[in-house]
Ligand binder design. Structure first.
Ligand code: MG
Length: 397
C-alpha cells in the first residue's frame, strides 16, 4: 500500500478546524486533525510541506513515519509542527484501523473501561447562575463539572476594550486581586449549596504567579477540588514546586505542551496529578500514548484537553486512547452531536451518555469529513484573546 495524495482541509462550521485526508493506491483513506486555535493556517502550511515526504510511502509504517517527520524537520517539536504531525499520525491510525476492520482502540490493546468519564463547563455571571448551570450539567448526567464565574478569566477581568482594527479581538483588562478574593468565595458557596460529593474542577488559565497560585491552592483545599488547572505559566514549570508544597489541592497541567520532553519533569518531580495533553497537539496518538506510559508510574492520570477548539476527529482520537490507558482520569467534553453544522461537516461525532463518552465502534477513528460540506464553510480569521493589566501593560502570565 502506498500514499498517493495528502489533502489539507481548513473549514469553519462555527469555528476553524484543520483536517488532513491521506489517500492510498488501494482506495482506503485516513482522516486526521491538527487544529491549533488561532494558528490554523500555519498548521495547514506545515502539513502541505510535510506531504511531499509522505508520497509513495507505506501508510502502515506509523512509527517509522512519525520518527522520519519528527527528525526531518530538524527543529523538532513546537506547537505548529506537532499539530501537523498529529494530523498525519491520526490519519495513519485511521487507515490501519480500516485495513484491520477494527476501531483504533482495539489496535491499541482494547478497552480498559466501559466508558470515558467526561467533564463539562459550567459558567455563570453570578453564583446563582453558576449553580443553575452546574445543576443543568448534573441533569445531563455529568459527574465531573468545571466551574468558572464571569468572562474567560473570571472575576479578574474588569472590562473589555474594543479592538484596535476591525476583525481583531477586544482586549481584556485583568486584575489578579478580585480573582484571588472571589474564587475561594465561589467554592465556599458552591459547596454550601451542592454538598461535598459532586466533583468540581477549576481552570486558572495560567493567569497567576507561582506565589499567587500557591495562595489560592491552599485556600481551596477544604473544598476538595477534582483538580485546579494551569495554575502557573507553562514556560516556567518550576513554578509548580511552590504550589505543590503549599497545598494538597490536586493540580492539572499540560494543555499547552507539545511533547513528552515537556511533560517528563512534571512527572518525575510529582508536581501534578493530571496531565492535560491532547493527541492533536503532541504529534498524534503515537506520542500521546508514550506520554501516558511515562505518567503511569508516577500516578499521574490523564485529563485530556477537549474544549471546542478540538474538533470531532481529534475528540474521537482522544477517546480511542482514553478508553485503553490504565492511568485514566477524565476527558474534557464538548458535545458536538447536537450541533447541526458540525454534524454536516463531520459525520458522525462521538456519542455521550450519562456522564460517559464512547469511542466510535466503526473501523479506524470512526469520524469522517464531508469535503463538499466543508467547502461551504471556509476558514474565518480568528485570534486568541489579548489580556492587559490595569496599567495598560501586556499581562505576562
Ligand atoms: Mg484550560
Amino acid at each position: 500500500m502506498k500514499i498517493t495524495e495528502v489533502r489539507t482541509i481548513v473549514t469553519c462550521p462555527g469555528r476553524n478546524y484543520v483536517v488532513v485526508k491521506i489517500m492510498t493506491d488501494e482506495g482506503i483513506y485516513g482522516v486526521g486533525e491538527g487544529t491549533l486555535n488561532g494558528s490554523e493556517l500555519a498548521v495547514a502550511q506545515a502539513i502541505d510541506h510535510a506531504s511531499h515526504l509522505l508520497l509513495g510511502r507505506d501508510p502502515q509504517r506509523i512509527e517509522e513515519i512519525w520518527q522520519l517527520l519528527y527528525h526531518w524537520s530538524y527543529w523538532r517539536s513546537g506547537p505548529v509542527y506537532m499539530a501537523a504531525l498529529a494530523a498525519i499520525d491520526i490519519a495513519l491510525w485511521d487507515i490501519k484501523g480500516k485495513i484491520a476492520g477494527l476501531p483504533v482502540y482495539q489496535l491499541l490493546g482494547g478497552r480498559a473501561r466501559e466508558g470515558v468519564l467526561c467533564y463539562g463547563h459550567a459558567n455563570g455571571r453570578t453564583i446563582a447562575e453558576l449553580i443553575e448551570s452546574v445543576q443543568r450539567f448534573q441533569s445531563q448526567g455529568y459527574k465531573v463539572i468545571r466551574v468558572q464565574m464571569g468572562p474567560y478569566g473570571g472575576p479578574g477581568i474588569l472590562r473589555h476594550e474594543p479592538p484596535l482594527t476591525p476583525g481583531t479581538p477586544p482586549t481584556a483588562i485583568f486584575d489578579p486581586t478580585p480573582y484571588l478574593i472571589e474564587t475561594p468565595r465561589m467554592f465556599e458557596q458552591l459547596r454550601a449549596r451542592l454538598g461535598m460529593a459532586v466533583e468540581l474542577c477549576h481552570d486558572v488559565h495560567e493567569q497567576l504567579t507561582p506565589q499567587q497560585a500557591a495562595w489560592l491552592a491552599k485556600r481551596l483545599e477544604d473544598y476538595r477540588l477534582f483538580f485546579l488547572e494551569d495554575p502557573v505559566r507553562p514556560e516556567f514549570k518550576e513554578g509548580l514546586r511552590l504550589v505543590r508544597e503549599a497545598s494538597t489541592t490536586p493540580l492539572a497541567m499540560g494543555e499547552l505542551f507539545t511533547s513528552r520532553a515537556e511533560c517528563l519533569p512534571l512527572f518525575q518531580n510529582q508536581w501534578i496529578d493530571f496531565i492535560r495533553i491532547t493527541p492533536i497537539h503532541v504529534g498524534g496518538l503515537t506520542e500521546a500514548r508514550k506520554i501516558c506510559v511515562l505518567a503511569e508510574p508516577y500516578q499521574v492520570r490523564t485529563a485530556f484537553h477537549g474544549a471546542a477548539d478540538i474538533g470531532p476527529i481529534g475528540q474521537a482520537a482522544a477517546l480511542h486512547l482514553q478508553v485503553i490507558v490504565p492511568n485514566f482520569g477524565v476527558q474534557e467534553w464538548t458535545d458536538f452531536t447536537q450541533n447541526a453544522l458540525i454534524c454536516e461537516v463531520f459525520p458522525t461525532p462521538a456519542e455521550f451518555r450519562d456522564g460517559y463518552a464512547q469511542p466510535p465502534e466503526r473501523p479506524g477513528i470512526g469520524v469522517d469529513i464531508n469535503e463538499e460540506a466543508a467547502r461551504r464553510y471556509p476558514y474565518q480569521r480568528a485570534f486568541m484573546p489579548l489580556v492587559r493589566l490595569t496599567d495598560g501593560s501586556v499581562h505576562v502570565y
